[in-house]
Each structure stands twice: as structure tokens, then as C-alpha cells.
Design a protein around this ligand. Structure first.
Ligand code: BGC
Length: 357
């Protein structure tokens, strides 16, 4: 029988277009696009198991698509630096067709986290593969660095494509990781922004002793794990991070899996596979190997008979009344979701390295 690990790798490779783009999910038409956010983690998962050519093709595809939009990026930078508001025409979209096209469909396009994550993943790609980024890729990375360096303080949609008028802690941390990435033309160039972002987070995104979902909120979001792993803005064992994860465990784990946030109603707000694996990744970095293994076991138990991992499982919904609403609107929960498989691979591989399974 093919293991979930093996099948996860196949699902990712089978769903990488010859252009290099990774589709978010093949069986869910709304997700027939490549997101920078999902794909950066997917590429990292491929690097983590030595599939460097897959990651490399993705990074080249991403870089070409960024460069096609150089004019938009320059305009955004100009406007942001001069304090002008940015319109839909001035920003990078968040999801791209596999040929790099953007859709006309109305979508929450203004999201900054995926570009920060891309720079982080590109640096990891260079480190893990030993490949050197091409001139094209470096140029795209440099442009994105400028884009993020100028726009980081603006409200935008979060990693769940919601709350556009807020400044999100996770988004700031993803931008931080991007501007801190070990990439020629980026590293060392954004010291001022890095200092501003970290002091902004510490001054505005902490309540009591822990981090909050967005500025002005008191809630936690499971994505706050990212601030530590992999973005490395706060160490996994820093008391602030420990208190944040404790709150995440208290509020967002029901039924063994991790919910995005308490009032999430997307498909009723179920337990997310990729987030549970991500929490396991954090546990490992914090030295909690047993808890990481439990997270892995929970994720494995969510695979269907074809060894596919969905986006979320609807067992302990935040609000049942929204489940059918989303099924009627967009169809059944995305399955397989490449990002779920990627986070599984990341956790599985990291656990193997640390401990052997
Ligand atoms: C999630 C995003 C994700 C997208 C594609 C959305 O429902 O909120 O985080 O990038 O799906 O997987």
C-alpha cells in the first residue's frame, strides 16, 4: 500500500503544471489557481524531501509572473511612499492561473503575506538545494522586497482572505521573514523596516502576555504559530510564543484538530489539516516531540481511502449552520488540498530528522 507520505509527494508533483505552478486543489473549481501562500509552503515541502527541481520550477514561474507586473509594482510603491491610497489596479493579485493569468472574478486580492512567504521559501530553496537563483528570480525578489518594504504597514486581507481593513499579526510576520530572507539584494537592505515591524508587533499585537489575530482584536488565530515557525520573529520557547500557543490550544483545538479562529464560519469552521500539521511543526521546534507525533497521527487519520488530505474536516464545526451554505455555493470541501499534503510532508520529514519514527 502506498503510504500517505509517498502519496502526498505524488499528489503535489501530479498537480504541478508544466509551467511550474502548483494548483491549490484539483477537485474544487474555486481553487484551480496557484496562490503564492500555499505554493511557497508546497515548494518548501518539496525542498525538504529533495524534490528541488519541482521547487525550482515553481520559483521560476513565480518570478516570471512577478516581473510581468513590474509596472503595477512600481506604481504601488510610488503611491504607498507618497501616502496615496492603492486601488485594485495598483496591487498584485493573490491567486494566479497556471499560465500566470489573473481572473476578472471579484476576489479579495490585496494580500501581502504570500509574497513575504515566497521570499522566505526562495531563500530556503537556495539553502536546501544549493541552486543559485537566476537573475530573473533575483530581480523579481528584489522588486517584491521593495513592494513589501513600502506597503507593509497597510491594512490588507489576511491569510484567510478576510478582514481587509485590519493589520494582521501573521501577515506582518510573513513580511518580516521575506524582508529578512537570505537573498542577494534583500539581505541587509531592510534593517529599518525589520526593526519597525518587530517593534510594531510587540507594541500593538500583544494583549496580556500573548499575541492577537489583528490589531484591535483580542482573539487568537491558529496562523500565529507562523510568527515563530517558520518566520522566526519570535523564538518557539519565548514566553510570548508559549502563552500564544497555549491560548491557541485552549480555544482552537476541538476533536484533536486545529480550527482557524473561533468565529470562523467557512464551511462551518472545521478542523484544518494543514494547521494541525503546522502546530506539530511548532511543537517540534519547541522540543515537544510527543505532541508533534500526536499532531502527525491526527493528520494521518484524516486521509481518505485514496490517501487524500482535505482542507478541513467538518466534525466539530464552529457554526454548523454555515456548512451547507458553503457546500451549496462552492461544492464539497476541497480534497485533496496540496497545502495540506505539503504541511504533512514538512512535519513528517522534520519528525523523522529529529527522532526517527
Ligand atoms: C484559504 C487560503 C488559501 C486558499 C487556497 C482559502 O480558503 O483561506 O488561505 O490560500 O483557500 O487554498
Amino acid at each position: 500500500m502506498t503510504s500517505l507520505f509517498q502519496r502526498s509527494k505524488e499528489i503535489i508533483l501530479e498537480n504541478q503544471n508544466s509551467s511550474g505552478g502548483y494548483i491549490a486543489s484539483p477537485n474544487f473549481s474555486t481553487y484551480h489557481y496557484s496562490w503564492f501562500r500555499d505554493s511557497s509552503f508546497i515548494a518548501y515541502s518539496m525542498n525538504s524531501i529533495g524534490e528541488h527541481h519541482s521547487a525550482d520550477k515553481f520559483h521560476q514561474w513565480a518570478a516570471e509572473n512577478i516581473l510581468k507586473r513590474e509596472e503595477t509594482i512600481q506604481r504601488a510603491i510610488q503611491k504607498a511612499q507618497n501616502g496615496f491610497p492603492l486601488g485594485e489596479q495598483d496591487i498584485l493579485h493573490t491567486r494566479y492561473g497556471l499560465t500566470g493569468n489573473v481572473s476578472d472574478e471579484d476576489w479579495p486580492n490585496f494580500q501581502l503575506d504570500g509574497f513575504g512567504t515566497w521570499l522566505w521559501a526562495l531563500a530556503e530553496h537556495q539553502k536546501l538545494s544549493g541552486f543559485r537563483a537566476s537573475t530573473t528570480t533575483l530581480r523579481a525578489a528584489g522588486l517584491l522586497g521593495q513592494y513589501l518594504g513600502a506597503l507593509w504597514h497597510l491594512p490588507c486581507y489576511d491569510s484567510w482572505e478576510e478582514f481587509p481593513d485590519k493589520i494582521h499579526t501573521y501577515t506582518l510576520a510573513a513580511i518580516y521573514a521575506g524582508l529578512n530572507a537570505d537573498i542577494e539584494g534583500i539581505k541587509g537592505k531592510y534593517e529599518q523596516q525589520l526593526a519597525e515591524i518587530s517593534s510594531f508587533i510587540l507594541n500593538n499585537a500583544v494583549t496580556e502576555d500573548r499575541l492577537i489575530k489583528y490589531i484591535g482584536s483580542v482573539d487568537v488565530d491558529a496562523n500565529l504559530i507562523g510568527i515563530s515557525v517558520p518566520y522566526n520573529l519570535i523564538a518557539p520557547t519565548n514566553p510570548l510564543m508559549i502563552a500564544t500557543v497555549k491560548k491557541i490550544e485552549e480555544k482552537l483545538i476541538h476533536g484533536g484538530g486545529l480550527h482557524r479562529y473561533s468565529s470562523d464560519t467557512y464551511f462551518g469552521g472545521g478542523e484544518w489539516v494543514l494547521l494541525t500539521a503546522w502546530l506539530g511543526w511548532y511543537y517540534l521546534a519547541a522540543g515537544e516531540v510527543q505532541k508533534a507525533k500526536q499532531a502527525l497521527a491526527w493528520v494521518e487519520a484524516q486521509a481518505d481511502a485514496a490517501n487524500q488530505l482535505p482542507e478541513q474536516v467538518p466534525n466539530t464545526l464552529n457554526d454548523k449552520s454555515f456548512y451547507q451554505y458553503w457546500v451549496d455555493r462552492w461544492g464539497n470541501i476541497a480534497n485533496p488540498l496540496l497545502w495540506s499534503h505539503a504541511q504533512y510532508i514538512i512535519l513528517y520529514t522534520a519528525l523523522n530528522e529529529v527522532n526517527g519514527l
